[in-house]
Design a protein around this ligand. Structure first.
Ligand SMILES: Nc1ncnc2c1ncn2[C@@H]1O[C@H](COP(=O)(O)OP(=O)(O)OP(=O)(O)O)[C@@H](O)[C@H]1O
Ligand SMILES: [Mg+2]
Length: 456
């Protein structure tokens, strides 16, 4: 992965932003902790100086400065690594006790260099002064140990800050690279798909994170797209295949008519046949167009409450007589059927039942009984169209829903092979499933709606 590309990527920018935030907040914490600790050790030193001063001062008994000198000397002897300094001198500058040459008066606690007090080295001291019985008293403690401790703490925090920064930068880079690699994998898959490999899908990590979720959504959109493309390809192939015969027939009829016309023979019959043939072709195109419109979903805006019981009763009433004329029987027991209300397009649902009834009438012999019924449970409602005709073999039950697909035995009966495609398109539009079952004998079309309207 090129660094310039990585730098432009969102994961990289996010990682840098988080690393900066992490480093600056860590620095803030380290610095504030350092200053707090430093203040604390300096205040411990000040307390120690003040305490020593108080102890020495309290050893004074009026008129007896000797006790003060003794107390100071015992403190001097007790030096335990922390360098302490003492001074006791008369008002005219005469040193009575202590280990510094010069006396410098202070207000409260003050930091004074050893040099100013006439001491060798470059140490600094916290010093407190005052007077006892007209004499000057000075108590001080070296800052060296305290400054060393502050230095150690500061160095420690500096190392920790370096480590935190490195950790933030490397962890950020690692996470950015990982996220970028997954985005790259999506881009790679999309490029391959754009180049024509419609079977390619975005790889999933299986962690269920947001990138996985987006990838799964892209994959299901691609599935849908390839289904649509496959069905378009199928339609084109079917149209080319199934319309070839009627178009050839039309051509032959017209050639025949033209030959007869040249021979001054009547052509009425040929023209009538040509008209029937072109009507048939036109009908096929109209039906294909209608199915595409239904599949596009625009009719959903016309959805309203549909009483299935009443709709089926109406269809049966109209087609009952046609079936009787065909020597078949169409029945529906409206009184015993449960009440089913759904949201849908009444005209399309009527068309759906008409197609199923017409199929049973056209593809079943005389004497067939076509039985319509409704079933309902708490969460679903089914409409069933069953006949005791020849049935549809199990292997063909998926295929009959394809456009222009007809069983071989129906090739010579009228029809385009589009009736069930329309049934499927209408069913999909209404979110219902269509299943063909064996009616022993015959076929049984079961349409199921999930979540119909509640029974009042
Ligand atoms: N009830 C049925 N019994 C037996 N076969 C059936 C039945 N319904 C459909 N078929 C078979 O399924 C095929 C597809 O049906 P479809 O309704 O799609 O087309 P069609 O009836 O042949 O033509 P169209 O409906 O366009 O006039 C039919 O040709 C027929 O072979
Ligand atoms: Mg049909």
């Amino acid at each position: 992965m090129r660094l310039s590309r990585l730098r432009r990527s969102t994961p990289f920018r996010l990682a840098v932003a988080y690393a900066l935030l992490f480093v600056s907040s860590s620095l803030l914490v380290y610095l504030s902790t350092y200053f707090l600790l430093r203040a604390e050790i300096y205040s411990t030193l000040d307390n120690s100086v003040t305490e020593t001063y108080s102890v020495i001062q309290s050893s004074y008994a009026p008129g007896d400065i000797e006790d003060v000198v003794q107390s100071m000397n015992s403190f001097s002897r007790l030096q335990n690594g922390d360098r302490r300094i003492f001074y006791l001198g008369s008002a005219d500058g005469k040193r009575l006790a202590g280990d510094i040459a010069k006396f410098l008066p202070t207000t409260g606690l003050q930091t004074i260099s050893g040099e100013a007090l006439g001491l060798p080295g470059d140490d600094h001291f916290r010093v407190k002064t005052g007077t006892i019985d007209g004499n000057n008293l000075l108590v001080g403690e070296s800052l060296e140990a305290t400054e060393d401790l502050a230095q150690i703490i500061l160095a420690n925090f500096a190392w920790m800050a370096c480590f935190t920064t490195l950790l933030a930068v490397f962890a950020g880079m690692f996470l950015a690279r990982r996220a970028h690699a997954r985005i790259d994998a999506i881009a790679e898959a999309m490029t391959e798909i754009t180049d024509g490999n419609m079977s390619r899908r975005v790889p999933l990590k299986g962690s269920g994170d947001d990138i996985d979720m987006i990838s799964a959504q892209i994959n299901s959109a691609l599935d849908r797209l390839s289904d649509v493309m496959e069905s378009m390809r199928q339609v084109s192939a079917d149209i080319a295949h199934d319309l070839k015969t009627p178009l050839n027939r039309l051509k032959l009829i017209l050639e025949d008519a033209s030959l007869r016309d040249e021979n001054k023979q009547p052509v009425q019959e040929q023209l009538r046949d040509a008209l029937i043939e072109s009507d048939q072709i036109n009908e096929t195109f109209q039906a294909l167009l209608r199915i595409s419109q239904i599949e596009a979903g625009a009719r959903r805006t016309r959805f309203a409450d549909v009483d299935l019981n009443r709709l089926v009763s109406n269809v049966v009433e109209i087609f009952g007589e046609v079936a009787e004329d065909n020597g078949q029987k169409l029945s529906f027991d409206a009184d015993r059927a449960p009440r089913c209300h759904i949201e849908g397009d009444k005209d399309l649902l009527t068309q759906l039942f008409v197609n199923l009834i017409e199929n049973a009438m056209n593809h079943c012999p005389v004497g067939t009984t076509i039985q319509m019924s409704l079933q309902r449970s708490e969460d679903r409602c089914s409409a069933i169209v069953a006949d005791n005709g020849p049935g549809i073999p199990a292997a063909e039950r998926e295929k009959v829903f394809r456009r222009l697909y007809r069983l071989d035995k129906s090739r010579h009966s009228p029809g385009n092979g589009l009736g069930l495609s329309m049934v499927k398109a209408i069913a999909d539009l209404h979110g219902m499933s269509v299943e063909i079952q064996d009616n022993h004998p015959g076929s049984r079309f079961v349409l199921t709606w999930r979540n119909p309207k509640p029974i009042n």
